[in-house]
Design a protein around this ligand. Structure first.
Ligand SMILES: [Zn+2]
Ligand SMILES: [Zn+2]
Length: 302
């Protein structure tokens, strides 16, 4: 399919540009294997210094909870199931409801789990002020970029369709297996150590997904082990909120060594790890020793 680009201009200065209508499909991959298909929007990226394809803003899904409830009730009702099985026209409407419900539910899951605002699909930059939807963008001169009508004789362009696979934070990751989506999740979760009398009594792992979205991992020992291994790697490399950081800096301030004592080290290694869902309900609990053998073999492969 060929179509002309849309010319745009600034309302204040002589800046002109084009919106390039390349067909792009964004496929968001959630940890449990579900996928949400979205389209891009146009935005301004400060790093690329120009108009770019950017991610949709998932904030829109926060307003959909009432609609989700309404659709769930509709889809669950007996009459709905009947109509869906009966006439093709009514059946179509029923399927539309189901599709809308599915899209909104997945969109809301991603909105809740995301830390980043829409990313530039060219350079991956995110952040308020760095990447801005075009209609909200203020040009350097203080003007706004507005589309001009396309003239019929404008040159037409053909673009091949592009499909981009993303994780829920909008990073380009290629197509992931369920094992990879959970390893990806393990790289992003918050890890906190709890101190009790100067020693670690537990390591808390916080996800922003619902319990139901994490159950696939619990039921697949290999995925569970890989997930736990990734958490251990992050603890080993200090990629978490280290509970000892205060006492280490206090010791350093006194001119003492910042090394952990043997007791501190073993409390960090041996304390139970607990995984929580979005509502802080514990989903899984394990000890490092339970996965240590597989952890060592996995580490050697890295
Ligand atoms: Zn301008
Ligand atoms: Zn960019």
């Amino acid at each position: 399919m060929s179509m002309p680009n849309t010319p745009i201009k600034c309302t204040q200065c002589d800046f002109t540009g084009y919106l390039v209508h390349r067909p792009i499909t964004l496929i968001y991959q959630l940890p449990n294997g579900e996928q949400l298909i979205e389209g891009r929007q146009f935005g301004w990226c400060k790093v690329c210094d120009g108009i770019r394809d950017i991610e949709p803003n998932f904030i829109k899904y926060f307003d959909t909870e009432n609609r989700i409830t309404e659709l769930s009730e509709k889809v669950a009702s007996v009459g709905h199931k009947l109509s869906s099985a009966l006439s093709s026209i009514i059946g179509m409407a029923a399927r539309d409801d189901e599709n809308e419900l599915r899209t909104l539910t997945l969109g809301l899951k991603i909105a809740r789990a995301r830390n980043s605002s829409p990313r530039c699909l060219t350079c991956g930059t995110a952040g308020a002020g760095a990447v801005t939807a075009l209609e909200e963008y203020t040009h350097i001169c203080g003007g706004h970029l507005i589309p001009l009508s396309r003239s019929d004789d404008a040159p037409r362009f053909s673009y091949s369709e592009e499909t981009i696979y993303l994780d829920y934070e909008g990073n380009r990751v290629g197509q992931l297996t369920p094992l990879e989506t959970f390893t990806n999740l393990a790289q992003k979760v918050d890890i906190e150590g709890v101190l009790d009398k100067g020693l670690v009594s537990g390591i808390l792992v916080f996800t922003l997904f619902d319990k139901a979205d994490l159950l696939l991992m619990k039921n697949e020992p290999e995925i569970y082990r890989k997930f736990a291994n990734m958490i251990e790697l992050r603890i080993m490399h200090g990629d978490f909120e280290n509970p000892f950081s205060e006492s280490i800096s206090a010791r350093r301030a006194m001119g003492l060594s910042g090394e952990l004592t043997k007791e501190e080290k073993s409390s960090l290694a041996d304390s139970p790890r607990v995984l929580f869902d979005r509502t802080k309900v514990p989903v899984a609990k394990w000890l490092r020793s339970e996965i240590r053998d597989s952890a060592t073999s996995d580490c050697s492969q890295l």
